[in-house]
Design a protein around this ligand. Structure first.
Ligand code: WT7
Length: 645
């Protein structure tokens, strides 16, 4: 780490960025000295129907932090209506379809009209404030319209990633008691058809609260149809008025629920409320991506993840930016696609994930250098640690040594970016997310909560509330308290390991719980194990992560079969199918090792720590195995270990 090369602030940024390094120091100090006034000043960037009474009440002590109580506002108004006078004809969205021949531009005015129509249509289906609406869609403009239409009338959206299976969709719709789901007949990705409506139909074969399905006609594919339940999106909105009043919402009203994986079996519905979230994403978008008027900004994240919510939709639109949405995949039709899109739409700011950069780097530089990329000014990375050599490649080959990289660390729970360089203020070190954003107080601690000395690994916690923070787990206050505030009392527990170097830079190395990152997608090992167990042949299973050159991590499963069940290639395929069926293709295990038995404590708990060592061939590092009920198990597992590619 001491050897790390330092990339100084680029001269153009030193001059033209919103924040230079002196200003960062001053603003950061002020944000800690007087957080309320700092955030009060930032909150003035939004349009409020009624000003808040206070900036922050409560805090981490009693877990009762409320931002901007007494305020009234609307997220959709802040993203659309208030820009109409100055920017009605400016592009709000630039959509690039899966096929390079398909793209379109949607102005702020056009998006506003469509959102009003859809909001009116939702009202006609009796959706009112507080009701949950599921959104299970491809990356198309209608997905943004759907989120904003919900926000306009106070409905709570729960976006489900289009790559999730019908079972995963069902669980989310059931828990939030959705009455309406908005989908498309199909999605297109890399030339392949994703049968979204079919998945919805499958989910709705089971008992649910869903009464209506709104279907965007994305392609010409014919789908099954249930009269009275299913409605074409274009037919529904055609007859609706292009005006729809905004609900006057309270600061702490729910904006959305987004499910993400935790350590245990079931994903949790992270609840974000209106005012704090919106202020935070608007302000972080502005400073981290150094927003300037007329910027064309592109974040490649799917709307089904928090990055899509915060930095494809709410952050950019709240600032009046132009945001690109891309339906397809990086390799289709060729590995030049990302860079071609940058040239085609003259993208200035580009934000993607390390897994995509690794995959494209492997294809060779020519796919990049074939393109111009002159419009690029700033690059971003998110989702997992970025390896320094991958960072260097991104900087040198994609950015031509003239675009800073903002390596942004954050989580679904944090709502927005907590640790990141600011391009005009922070010299860069490849692989480090560098310094905290305004108002954020991270610390690296040991298990007792004592600060770790410089350079030593520990657990990353956040010591003070920030506006973007989750307000709970949907329907589960206990899990909220236990998962995030129990380990280190008084602090928000991130679940990540990190160290801080002598310059105060943070280096985040990954999770310290049973959450893994496959291609940047967050998956709980418990969730995958539950999926395996659903298969009648499986008795027990332990799932761990192993390193993967492109995906970052991949899934390794140890499976014990029931009495009289025999391992076979056929069974292996069935198990993989089972996991894909209950979660989705992103959770496909790469390795399945048949195990006579799993290492357990005397009280019968599976020792995943040992499984991780075995899968990674760290036999020498097994550590203390004295609590093992049967030490022989380890040798058996080691001798049948599958070599990792
Ligand atoms: C986990 C959160 C936040 C948007 C996308 C992921 C890992 C995220 C970084 C980064 C190192 C990172 C952490 C975190 N992570 N960004 N820049 N450097 N690790 O959101 O799916 O909720 O995952 O992603 O492990 O805890 P998420």
């Amino acid at each position: 780490m001491g050897e790390t090369s330092l990339y100084p602030i680029l001269p153009t940024f030193e001059k033209h960025a919103l924040v230079n390094s002196m200003q960062y120091q001053e603003m950061y100090a002020r944000s800690l000295r007087d957080p309320k006034n700092f955030w009060g000043g930032q909150a003035d960037k939004l349009t409020w129907f009624k000003r808040y009474d206070e900036i922050l009440t409560g805090g981490f002590k009693n877990l009762d932090a409320v931002w901007f109580p007494g305020g009234k506002l609307n997220a959709c108004y802040n993203c659309l209506d208030r820009h109409l006078a100055a920017k009605g004809n400016q592009a709000a969205l630039i959509w690039e379809g899966d096929s390079p021949d398909e793209s379109k531009t949607i102005t702020y005015h056009a998006l506003y009209q469509e959102v009003c129509q859809l909001a009116n249509a939702l009202k006609k289906l009796h959706i009112k404030k507080g009701d949950a609406v599921a959104i299970y869609m491809p990356m198309i403009p209608e997905a943004v319209a759907a989120m904003l239409a919900c926000a306009r009338i106070g409905a709570v959206h729960t976006v489900v990633f289009g790559g999730f299976s019908s079972d995963a969709l069902l669980m989310r719709m059931k828990e939030t008691k959705c009455q309406v789901v908005i989908t498309a007949n199909a999605g297109m990705r890399g030339g392949k058809v994703i049968p979204l409506k079919h998945h919805v139909d499958e989910a709705l074969e089971k008992e649910t609260s869903v009464h209506h399905v709104i279907v965007v006609k994305r392609t010409e594919h014919v789908v099954a149809w249930q009269e009275n339940r299913d409605h074409w999106y274009h037919e529904m909105i055609a007859t609706e008025s292009m005006q729809c009043p905004c609900d006057m919402m309270d600061s702490q009203d729910a904006l959305f629920v987004l499910y993400t994986s935790g350590s245990t079996g079931k994903p949790k519905g992270i609840l974000h409320t209106l005012a704090g979230y919106l202020v935070y994403v608007a302000v972080t978008y502005q400073y981290v991506f150094d927003y300037h008027e007329n910027d064309i900004y592109w974040c490649t994240a799917d709307m089904g993840w928090i990055t899509g919510h915060s930095y494809t939709v709410y952050g950019p639109l709240c600032n009046g930016a132009t945001t690109v949405i891309f339906e397809g995949v990086p390799h289709f039709p060729t590995p030049s696609r990302f860079w071609e899109i940058i040239d085609k739409h003259q993208v200035n700011v580009f934000y993607t994930a390390p897994t995509a950069i690794r995959a494209l780097r492997r294809e060779g530089d020519t796919w990049v250098t074939l393109t111009q990329r002159h419009s690029l000014r700033l690059l971003g990375s998110v989702g997992e640690p970025i390896n320094p050599d991958v960072w260097e490649w991104y900087y040198r080959v994609v950015g031509d040594n003239r675009c800073p990289i903002v390596d942004t660390w954050w989580q679904t729970e944090t709502g927005g970016i907590l640790i990141s360089p600011l391009p005009g203020a922070t010299p860069l070190k490849p692989g480090s997310a560098t310094r905290p954003f305004f108002g954020v107080v991270p610390e690296v601690v040991d298990d007792q909560g004592n600060a770790m000395p410089e350079g030593q690994m520990g657990k990353l916690v956040i010591k003070q509330p920030w506006p973007g923070m989750m307000q709970g787990i949907y329907g589960d206050r206990d899990r909220f308290v236990n998962d995030y505030f129990k380990a280190i009392p008084g602090c928000y527990f991130t679940g990540d390991d990190a160290k801080r170097d002598s310059d105060g830079y943070f280096w985040i190395t990954g999770r310290n719980d049973d959450v893994i990152k496959v291609s940047g997608h967050r998956i709980g090992t418990g969730e995958i194990e539950s999926a395996f167990i659903e298969h009648p042949a499986v008795s027990e299973v332990g799932v761990v992560a192993v390193p993967h050159a492109i995906k970052g991590e991949s899934i390794y499963a140890f499976v014990t079969l029931k009495e009289h069940m025999l391992p076979s290639e056929k069974l292996k395929k069935e198990l993989i199918q089972q996991v894909r069926h209950s979660i989705g293709a992103i959770a496909t295990p790469d390795y399945i090792q048949w195990a006579e038995a799993l290492p357990k404590t005397r009280s019968g708990k599976i020792m995943r720590r040992l499984l991780r060592k075995i899968a990674n061939n760290d036999a020498a590092e097994l550590g203390d195995t004295s609590t093992l009920a049967d030490p022989q198990v380890i040798n058996d597992l080691l001798s049948h270990r599958i070599a990792i590619l």
